[in-house]
Design a protein around this ligand. Structure first.
Ligand code: GDP
Ligand code: IMO
Ligand code: MG
Length: 430
């Protein structure tokens, strides 16, 4: 995708997350100089396989496994500094020295211990209406950001001011925990001393990342922007309130790094060849449990962050066309095509029937969404392994017909097809 005038490429999830962004970003990162995350935090779990080694990246960008590539944590992320440093240490222990090539925005909001406690307590208090968050404190940290009471990376530089901010934040969080009837308690002193201890490691990484990226682009370097979650989890455009607390769509790639929107040259939308979702909320093409379990086992669909079984269903073209529009997607990467290899028949959702009408656009109203009946087209399976395919011509005719139909329904070209977890298990369609 790089080249042809593309120097700044955004990769976004175009379903409900876990589309295989980590694998695609890792593959594309071989041609990039910089890889930057711009939203979300440790709720993300991006799996990358290098040889026989598997890495699950949460806050460190997925291109980090190539030596020498520079990585960026954008201002639009919420960063848990404790688990971030742990992730860096674990990478080092596995032979990847990364600390000296990661930049963190001075403006990035911190996720602190009390955000995680609040996340737990809020979920508990929601009862049956629980969102099924990852419990990483994401929503609570974004709440503090928008309420203008958050603590940012740059605040680690001033211990006196930091103490005031931590005390105020802890007191607010404690009051909210008490209000929720929770018996969890915030340990202000432990939190403050932990932050003072980690500050000397985090601060050397801190800078104006927008400026660093702008200069890199001006020098002709290539920048890959790695989205987390997926369009249907976007706080504005997703299945609200069953969403995450950030804008997961491509517009945020600019804001979340301090770049102008005109810096973005192309957007690659990653979609699975079927659909999954982890956590609560609508999933129109969800299969009945027996069939869902079959797809779950075939695709090893268990959360990379929480280990939860993922809900599974057929490919939903209404969702992907909507995500294409929201993100300004220029091409699709279809992942996990190999998972469908053994299925005798494969269905695709081409629209929804609702209250006697055909819907072709994704509705905002959850009560309407609850009543939609997906309209399926069924295609014969190909019953042939696809993992060895490296060119479109290597794929069985049935798989090619399936990809053609996806492209037609999504109104987007398919540029990449991933047929396995390994780096080489991918086809690029020119
Ligand atoms: P992400 O959050 O979008 O990066 O996706 P996850 O890493 O959470 O989940 C995707 C899962 O599918 C991981 O276990 C990947 O190793 C795996 N995966 C990615 N691409 C492929 C593929 O083309 N085929 C198969 N079989 N597995 C894949
Ligand atoms: P990646 O980047 C799939 C889901 C959670 C929950 C909702 C809100 O790996 O694709 P949060 O903890 O963000 O407040 O949870 O969003 N969720 C994800 N689902 N992939 C992710 O990330 C997700 N990050 C959050 O399951 O339903
Ligand atoms: Mg994931």
């Amino acid at each position: 995708m790089f080249g042809d005038g593309v120097r700044c490429l955004v990769v976004v999830g175009s379903q409900w997350g876990d589309e295989g962004k980590g694998k695609i970003v890792d593959v594309l990162a071989s041609d990039a100089d910089w890889i930057a995350r711009y939203q979300g935090g440790a709720n993300a779990g991006h799996t990358v396989r290098v040889g026989e080694d598997e890495f699950i990246l949460h806050q460190v960008p997925s291109g980090v496994l190539y030596p020498g590539k520079r990585c960026v944590v954008g201002n639009g992320m919420v960063l848990d500094p404790v688990t971030f440093l742990k992730e860096i240490d674990e990478l080092k222990a596995r032979g990847h020295e990364v600390e000296d090539r990661i930049l963190v925005s001075t403006r990035t909001q911190l996720v602190l211990a009390y955000h995680k406690l609040l996340d737990q307590a809020q979920e508990k208090s929601r009862g049956k209406g629980a969102i099924g968050t990852t419990g990483r404190g994401i929503g609570c940290a974004y709440e503090d950001k928008v309420a203008r009471v958050g603590i940012r990376v740059g605040d680690l530089a001033d211990p006196v001011r930091l103490r005031d901010l931590v005390e105020a934040g802890a007191a607010r969080a404690q009051a909210r925990l008490d209000g929720l009837g929770s018996d969890l308690t915030v340990d202000t002193d432990a939190l403050y001393s932990e932050l003072c201890k980690l500050a000397p490691r985090v601060l050397p990484m801190a800078c104006d990342v927008g400026l660093a990226l702008k200069k890199a682009l001006d020098r002709g370097e290539r920048v890959l922007l790695e989205g987390a979650q997926g369009a249907m989890l976007d706080v504005d455009h997703g299945t609200y309130p069953f969403v995450t607390s950030s804008n997961t769509t491509a517009g945020q790639a600019a804001t979340g790094l301090g770049l102008g929107p005109t810096s973005l040259d192309a957007v690659l939308g990653v979609v699975k060849a079927y659909t999954t979702r982890v956590g609560a909320g609508p999933l129109p093409t969800e299969l009945p449990e027996e069939e869902a379990a079959r797809l779950r086992e075939l695709g090893a669909e268990y959360g990379a962050t929480t280990g939860r079984p993922r809900r599974t269903g057929w490919f939903d073209a209404v969702v992907v066309r909507y995500a294409g529009r929201l993100n300004g997607v220029t091409a699709l990467a279809v992942s996990k095509l190999d998972v469908l290899d053994p299925l005798p028949e494969i269905s695709l959702c081409v629209g929804y029937d609702c209250r006697g009408e055909r819907l072709e656009e994704f509705p905002a109203d959850l009560s309407l969404l609850a009543e939609v009946e997906p309209v399926y087209e069924t295609m014969p399976g190909w019953n042939t392994p696809t993992s060895e395919a490296r060119r479109l011509e290597d794929l069985p005719a049935g798989a090619r017909a399936y990809l053609d139909r996806i492209a037609e329904l999504a109104e987007l070209p398919v540029r990449y097809v991933s047929v396995g977890t390994r780096r080489r298990e991918i086809l690029e369609i020119q």
